[in-house]
Design a protein around this ligand. Structure first.
Ligand SMILES: C[S@@+](CC[C@H](N)C(=O)[O-])C[C@H]1O[C@@H](n2cnc3c(N)ncnc32)[C@H](O)[C@@H]1O
Length: 235
């Protein structure tokens, strides 16, 4: 039986039962193998751009006798998916900018989807901004803490979304709305990372360093205000 990590299990929980799912950047094809083996979905497509992981995925799928229900494909993002072939897409374990690029380059496939489950390792604001401008709405957000790291999961469905303020692109509107118990700690971790960047920018004489430093400071001032107001804590 396939056993998933806490992060992948939470992602699997968001896959609507009975939909055909594509896992983009599948690596070992663990997620589609679990979903099909547990009969949560009838079929899946496992995609990876690197031949190495894809070979491992292929072996895994054959060893589990799932090759008739999981199609393993070498390719870049959604370019190897036919429009309407799948209803759910998972893209996990990449940066927000890469995920946004994958979505932007295949509008015909994206337009036919019912749900997107995205787990950016960094820069989740790229995904929220893409959703806002492309008629997708956030239906849920989650933070998973595993092996000392925080992972954000963003679940989207077609529809119009409105944001109170652009700062929620960084905060996650649903994470704030549901007072997610890990949000404050997760933000503190991010702030510490940004502080290191800020320290370098302050020392730098390079072009644009001052503006970048100011933008980071302003971002954290705004985040601090929202968190103080909603959670009544200082970050
Ligand atoms: C860190 S792994 C994540 C694996 C799995 N999705 C997870 O969350 O555990 C990222 C995988 O994405 C693949 N990848 C990166 N860019 C891709 C793209 N544009 N299209 C398909 N796969 C991609 C990499 O080859 C790698 O196997």
């Amino acid at each position: 039986m396939v056993k998933l990590s806490k992060r992948l299990k939470r992602i699997a929980d968001y896959v609507p039962m009975g939909t055909v799912v594509a896992d983009i950047g599948t690596d070992h094809a663990l997620l589609p193998s679990f979903l099909v083996q547990e009969r949560l979905v009838p079929a899946a497509v496992a995609v990876d751009v690197s031949p190495g992981p894809l070979e491992i995925a292929q072996k895994q799928v054959r060893a589990l006798l799932l090759a008739d229900r999981i199609s393993v494909r070498l390719g870049d993002g959604l370019t190897v998916i036919n429009p309407g072939e799948v209803q759910t897409v998972v893209i996990a374990g990449m940066g927000g900018a890469t995920i946004k690029k994958i979505l932007t380059q295949s509008p015909q496939v994206v337009d036919k989807l019912q749900r997107l489950i995205l787990q950016p390792n960094v820069a989740a604001e790229f995904i929220r901004s893409w959703a806002l401008h492309n008629n997708w709405k956030i239906i849920d957000e989650e933070i998973v803490f595993e092996d000392g790291r925080f992972y954000e999961i963003i679940v989207l469905e077609p529809g119009k979304m409105e944001l109170e303020d652009d700062i929620f692109l960084f905060l996650g509107p649903k994470l704030v709305e549901k007072f997610h118990p890990l949000l404050v700690d997760y933000l503190k971790r991010q702030k510490a990372g940004d502080q290191e960047i800020l320290d370098e920018l302050i020392k730098s004489t390079g072009q644009g360093a001052k503006e970048k430093a100011l933008a980071i400071k302003e971002k954290w001032e705004k985040i601090g205000q929202v968190i103080k107001c909603r959670f009544n804590v200082e970050i």
